[in-house]
Design a protein around this ligand. Structure first.
Ligand SMILES: NC(=O)c1ccc[n+]([C@@H]2O[C@H](COP(=O)([O-])OP(=O)(O)OC[C@H]3O[C@@H](n4cnc5c(N)ncnc54)[C@H](OP(=O)(O)O)[C@@H]3O)[C@@H](O)[C@H]2O)c1
Length: 250
């Protein structure tokens, strides 16, 4: 009788473990999800595209450089990823609208994940920033993320569990002695993430911001050495982060 009891108990434990494992797999699975990652041909965006595609997400991305986009799409196809892409300048209102129409028709008007990654920096002291520098940073970094989120809202809502991730920066949290416009756009982006998280919670849409420090990308390579070394000296690891390290967090 004891043996029979132990045997049944083991089966019950085994089944409970299996059920917990299944629940965990379901909770962490991205299979069948859809995503738009803006600026996915280089740097952090590229790593996020590969991370999501590796988890079975159908990803659409965009960039301005058509030949680089096509090279990436060919590489991704070889790797067996489900990926598509469009040429789009994210700083343009009409191009953003066109991109979202494409995304809507590709994914049957259902978007699980929006990654607002496009961003750029012209590192200068404040008094050297021109009016064009100002509108460049605002339209590329902030207006694009704001407008893409607005356009994506009905598609995110339609999934019943939408997600927006803003690729912000430590520059939106800490203080620096250069690039005030860039830093202001990133600070605004952090606040936008907080507001949308409150406003769209009712639609089951989550909004979060990831704020990387210095990450080894082409954009980082273009930064002033003094600024870069100053940033690295504040890092406990003593090195720039890798795009993959940001992607795994996203
Ligand atoms: N690297 C860092 O140290 C660092 C640190 C903190 C935060 N971040 C943030 O992380 C994000 C990505 O930075 P990154 O360093 O990976 O940049 P990156 O290496 O320069 O790559 C930027 C990507 O976005 C695309 N892109 C740029 N402007 C675009 C536009 N107007 N329209 C459409 N696509 C555009 C680029 O392709 P095309 O050039 O072909 O358009 C490329 O695919 C940015 O928001 C940046 O502010 C970076």
């Amino acid at each position: 009788l004891n043996n029979h009891y132990n045997y049944s108990r083991n089966i019950i434990h085994f089944n409970l473990r299996e059920m917990a494992g299944e629940e965990q797999r379901r909770r962490w699975s991205l299979q069948g999800k859809t995503a738009l990652v803006t600026g996915g041909t280089k740097g952090i965006g590229h790593a996020i595209v590969e991370e999501l595609a590796g988890f079975g997400v159908r990803v659409h991305t965009c960039a301005r450089d058509e030949s680089q986009l096509n090279e990436c799409l060919t590489e991704w196809k070889k790797k067996g990823f489900q990926l598509t892409g469009s040429v789009c300048d994210a700083s343009s209102w009409t191009e953003r609208e066109k991109l979202m129409q494409t995304v809507s028709s590709l994914f049957d008007a259902k978007l699980s994940i929006l990654i607002n990654n496009v961003g750029a920096i012209r590192s200068k002291p404040t008094i050297e920033h021109t009016a064009e520098d100002f509108s460049f940073h605002i339209s590329t970094n902030l207006e694009s993320a704001y407008h893409f989120s607005q356009l994506a809202h009905p598609m995110l809502k339609a999934t019943g569990c939408g997600n927006i991730v803003f690729i912000s920066s430590v520059a939106g949290v800490l203080s620096f002695s250069v690039s005030s416009i860039y830093c202001a756009t990133k600070g605004a982006m952090n606040q936008l993430a907080r507001n949308l998280a409150c406003e769209w919670a009712i639609d089951n849409i989550r909004a979060n911001a990831v704020a990387p420090g210095l990450i080894a990308t082409l954009a980082e390579a273009a930064l002033d050495d003094g600024f870069k070394n100053g940033m690295i000296s504040r890092k406990p690891l003593g090195r720039s982060g890798k795009p993959e390290e940001v992607a795994s967090l996203v």
